[in-house]
Design a protein around this ligand. Structure first.
Ligand code: SF4
Length: 374
């Protein structure tokens, strides 16, 4: 997931960290009271998949007072996007509709290059355009969405230089986990990432909200400290939990079996889901008698997060698994059908997005020859 992914960061560890983020690091839980401030509450908020925040209440106060607000949600373009990325951006699109907000989407080709995740900047450019088309296909507002490739706008460089004076090497080392052989691009990238987040505030005076996974909190804290030193509004954040990959490991582009990618065809999707980790019993007979364990089941987790639009449907599925009414083959078939259908429609909209690509970018953009769109 997805937004500001920095591979060498000191990631917080798994589920106990959901609590630590609140208890030790001072984030606040998403409460029912806070959700009443939205007109239509997104299922991922009801499910508390997005479960914690920093200053979301303050951000909503600004919005309610009539101030234009922005959301910043970045993407490191080192590969094709997978279903987890798409769901995060779908949530961002919902936020845009709900708050009539601007959305800034930095495509950090620089990050992927300095962290050694792409061969060169051209390769990162190709993925940046492909990823941008996936994002546009989700239906973001043309007028209120600003996409850019990080190295292509001079404002980011200027702002990064300004910010770099307020970041010490020790702070960056503690946040990004550097060692003696780390290249200086990684060190400077801390300032670049803060520049991505603070751009709407500096340029337009708009409060910013950043939806991110909890392991990105150290970078968020760093940026909020910088904002304070620059006497700017501190960016707000809303934090999601992890979604496990199909094999039970984290979703990763380097392990294709862990996720479904936008370029996967129906047969790939069926095969990956057929091999997914479930909480089912070894035989159908035992499953009917004992029921399954949806808490352990990735197929259930994906249906709950990616497919069901109503939390009551997810609850019914949970009960049907527990009682033995469902068997794993049915759930896998259902998940595969839904994702095949979703991705077919998504790819159709992605092909259409090519015609309007330049309307979303704030700098000149060209379609690379080797772009792979099925
Ligand atoms: Fe998962 Fe469905 Fe099997 Fe239950 S029956 S363990 S929800 S795949």
């Amino acid at each position: 997931m997805i937004a500001f992914g920095v591979p060498n960061g000191q990631a917080l560890e798994k589920k106990s960290d959901y609590i630590r983020l609140i208890k030790e690091f001072g984030a606040k839980p998403i409460t029912d009271e806070l959700l009443k401030r939205f007109k239509h509450v997104h299922p991922l908020l009801i499910l508390r998949h997005f479960y914690a925040h920093r200053d979301l209440d303050v951000y909503l106060d600004y919005h309610d007072e009539g101030l234009e607000v922005s959301i910043v949600s970045g993407r490191g373009p080192s590969n094709y996007m997978h279903i987890g990325h798409l769901m995060l951006f779908r949530f961002v699109k919902w936020l845009q509709d709900e708050l009539n907000s601007y959305v800034y989407i930095p495509l950090s080709n620089d990050e992927k290059y300095v962290f050694g995740k792409t061969r060169d900047l051209d390769e990162a450019y190709k993925y940046a355009i492909d990823n941008a088309l996936d994002i546009i296909a989700l239906g973001f507002s043309e007028k209120r969405t600003r996409i850019f490739i990080s190295t292509r706008i001079s404002e980011i460089y200027e702002l990064s230089v300004r910010i770099s004076r307020y970041l010490t090497y020790n702070t960056v080392r503690a946040t990004f986990g550097l060692n003696d052989s780390t290249n200086v691009g990684v060190v400077f990238y801390a300032a670049v990432q803060a520049a991505h987040i603070l751009l709407p505030t500096i340029k337009e005076g708009q409060p910013v909200l950043v939806p991110i996974a909890i392991d990105q909190d150290p970078y968020m804290r760093l940026t909020r400290d910088v904002a304070e030193r620059l006497e700017l509004m501190k960016p707000a954040a809303i934090y999601s939990k992890y979604v496990r990959g199909l094999t039970g490991e984290p979703m990763s582009a380097s392990k294709p079996e862990t996720s479904i990618f936008t370029v996967d065809g129906p047969e790939d999707i069926k095969r990956k889901i057929w091999n997914a980790l479930t909480g089912g019993q070894p035989t159908v007979r035992e499953q009917r008698k004992l029921g399954g364990e949806p808490e352990k089941c990735v197929v259930y987790e994906w249906l709950r997060i990616f497919v069901y639009k109503d939390v009551k449907d997810a609850r019914r599925h949970y009960d049907a698994c527990r009682s033995g009414e469902l068997i794993c083959g049915q759930c896998k078939r259902m998940l595969a059908e839904k994702l095949i259908q979703f991705l077919e429609e998504h790819r159709r909209r992605k092909r259409e997005a090519i015609k309007k690509l330049d309307r979303y970018f704030i700098h000149e953009v060209r379609i690379p020859d080797e772009l792979h769109i099925t």
